[in-house]
Design a protein around this ligand. Structure first.
Ligand SMILES: [Zn+2]
Length: 336
């Protein structure tokens, strides 16, 4: 009897680990799936809008009315963020609305995303690095998470002045080489020219630091998400950076399905790496804006506000997985 029960338990466990999304998706309604994602809402209020299955799914290529344009669609406010040393080896030099993270290694700097345009790159990245006592001449790599101009727009200034190698996924380079993009903004600077193409699972090693690069399609077809070590007063932690958050192309079922699957695959990578820090490239999405403020008030001996534990960090990816799955289900239910 014990034997049979053990076999049964093992069978259930095997099913649960092999097919977590597919099994549940068949049984839950869109609303039930969204509710499952929203179990993490308290930890990640900036991700809640992804779980909204009652409003139309946003399509950035569609012209919006003037009234809509003026309204901040999720009610998120972005306040100025000062350049900040977040960990011993990780710095924030973004605006209040979009992030630029800088990873310091023994052989130079890796910068993740370049903001909207050259003026922002100058004001926030170059001046920010100098304020923090870092030398922009040490920039070795610029990783661009995806081909939207709020992440590459300031690249021309950084590349012409400091010559970092520019890294994007092969898929995203190909998209940026199209003559006309899905959508663009007059705020955005020049597109980068193809340099280093990466595929899923590639790594960059600079000095003693190795950065994992994962292709996580969904926000765009070739979005890159990263996993790398960070140190708090010498204590090692692992950070996962999700490279593209919002849905912005309307109710396209297969693209949103790819998002959900990528979130699950990246969750497994983050679990294997024992990630306990979750960040993204928009500080209101991942809570970085609040955590940076909390960090400024951190007293000696207090917990680091970005170190949230493996379970909570994985919760962000479960929320993204389940809420995008809920969007797929609502499309299948005919509720677009
Ligand atoms: Zn984007």
């Amino acid at each position: 009897m014990i034997m049979i029960r053990t076999i049964f338990v093992l069978f259930v466990l095997a099913c649960a680990t092999a097919l977590p999304v597919a099994v549940s998706a068949e049984n839950l309604t869109a609303h039930e799936m969204a509710a499952r994602g929203l179990e993490h809402a308290e930890d990640f209020p900036g991700l809640i809008s992804i779980c909204n299955i009652d409003e139309p799914i946003r399509d950035a290529a569609e012209k919006r009315s003037e009234g809509e344009k003026k309204q901040d669609r999720s009610g998120r406010r972005s306040e100025h963020l000062a350049p900040t040393q977040v960990f011993d080896n990780l710095y924030y030099v973004g605006t209040g609305g979009v992030a630029s993270w800088v990873l310091e290694t023994s052989e130079g700097l890796i910068i993740i995303d370049a903001l909207n345009n050259n003026a922002e790159a100058e004001k926030y990245i170059v001046d920010g690095l100098e304020t923090l006592g870092l030398d922009p001449n040490e920039l070795q790599y610029l990783v661009i998470t995806h081909g939207h101009g709020d992440h590459y727009g300031g690249q021309e200034l950084l590349v012409s002045r400091y010559q970092p190698k520019v890294v994007m996924s092969d898929i995203e380079w190909t998209i940026l080489e199209q003559p006309v993009l899905d959508f663009s903004s007059p705020r955005w600077g020049e597109r980068p020219k193809r340099d280093i193409s990466i595929n899923d699972g590639d790594t960059i090693t600079l000095g003693e630091t190795t950065v994992q690069l994962h292709v996580t399609p969904g926000h765009t077809p070739g979005t890159v998400s990263l996993i790398f070590p960070v140190y708090d007063n010498g204590e090692r932690h692992m950070a996962a950076l999700w490279g593209g958050t919002g849905l912005n192309y309307g109710p396209v079922e297969d693209r949103i399905q790819s998002y959900s699957e990528a979130a699950e695959r990246f969750r497994q990578e983050a679990k294997a790496a024992n990630v306990d820090v979750f960040i993204s490239n928009h500080p209101t999405r991942d809570g970085s804006a609040k955590r940076i403020k909390a960090l400024a008030e951190r007293q000696q001996g207090e917990k680091h506000p970005f170190v949230i534990g493996n379970g909570t960090a994985l919760g962000a990816l479960e929320m993204l997985r389940d809420c995008t799955q809920a969007q797929v289900l609502r499309i299948r239910e005919g509720n677009e």
